[in-house]
Write a protein that binds this ligand. Sequence first.
Ligand code: ATP
Ligand code: MG
Length: 361
Amino acid sequence: MIELKNLDVQFKTDHKEIHAVRDVTIQIDNGDIFGIVGYSGAGKSTLVRTINLLQRPTNGSVRVGDKQLLDLNPKELRQARKKIGMIFQHFNLMNARTVSGNVLYALRSSKLSAEEKHKKVAELLDLVGLADKHDVYPSQLSGGQKQRVGIARSLANDPEVLLCDEATSALDPKTTLSILELLKNLNEKLNLTIVIITHEMEVIKEICNKVAVMEDGSVVEQGDVVSIFTEPQNALTQEFINTATHIDQALAKLAKHPTLLNLNREDTIARLSFVGESTNEPLISSLYSKFTVSTNILYGNIEILHDTPIGNLIVVLSGNPTQIKQATQFLESQQVHVQELEHVQTNEKAKVVPLNREYVV
Ligand SMILES: Nc1ncnc2c1ncn2[C@@H]1O[C@H](COP(=O)(O)OP(=O)(O)OP(=O)(O)O)[C@@H](O)[C@H]1O
Ligand SMILES: [Mg+2]
């Protein structure tokens, strides 16, 4: 288990002080794939670098397993760091060494015999799918293959934790998926705890079970991925999710939808979000049979997150206002979250935005 408690990191430069991490408390359980998402400069790398004390916090404590890292002497810290692997956006491979040379280098202070080390390197390269690339130099590898070498190297000392700082940001979407799949396999096979930094909620959606959202040094929201995706509390979280689920694109496109340009005054535009069971209910048709409210679906999307379907519909509800109100109350009672939207026209630009301006879209 990793426990970061009340962490602060402040940098003092010549003219100013930067508070890169502000009072962050996070608990990461064994076997978690914990995502940290935020825009550039949010403090993600600084925060994650405190987990192996590459960055010492100005305040707070860092516990990894049963060790308070700030209490360790240099030798103990070196030992503790071996149990924490790390991979990077630009792979950081040594170009003058072969693939196996790169992995072998990570074993330089290991107590294994030369023969055991070679065996270990072969096993690791096999594990990451590079069994046929031992003697190749990094320059002859694709980005995805280079990251696989990075992963093999990070696993050389049998870490319990793997820190990934934008590990897929330099890769195309297909390669990204294959690397994420590899990480997921390693998580399951080796019970490896993984911490992933990313600026893409898509990455979180793909493999993480927990997520923390960072803004300006602080964690503004954290929790398990399914609840964060279904009930985000923070505007920034909502923004990341809208991008990952393509709702933002849908809303932008819908702004020009003929239905929305010709709405009756009593029509209501709404976003319906639901989890699991609700998706199986013939809810839409019951809105008509129960309340004579008709539903025009303008956009629909279902994501499967850890076997849980999460749905989003953008609809226009038409009918008598009282009945529309009853219909939305009924939906809420069926665990369908209803968010009213409005169509606004400003400076020639049409937008669909939340009515209550609870979220920035
Ligand atoms: N060694 C340093 N000295 C001074 N300021 C720093 C240092 N490292 C980071 N910062 C500052 O701390 C803030 C957080 O930086 P950090 O690299 O942690 O952000 P990030 O979320 O990882 O961003 P990105 O997505 O661009 O990698 C930024 O304002 C950055 O300029
Ligand atoms: Mg960073």
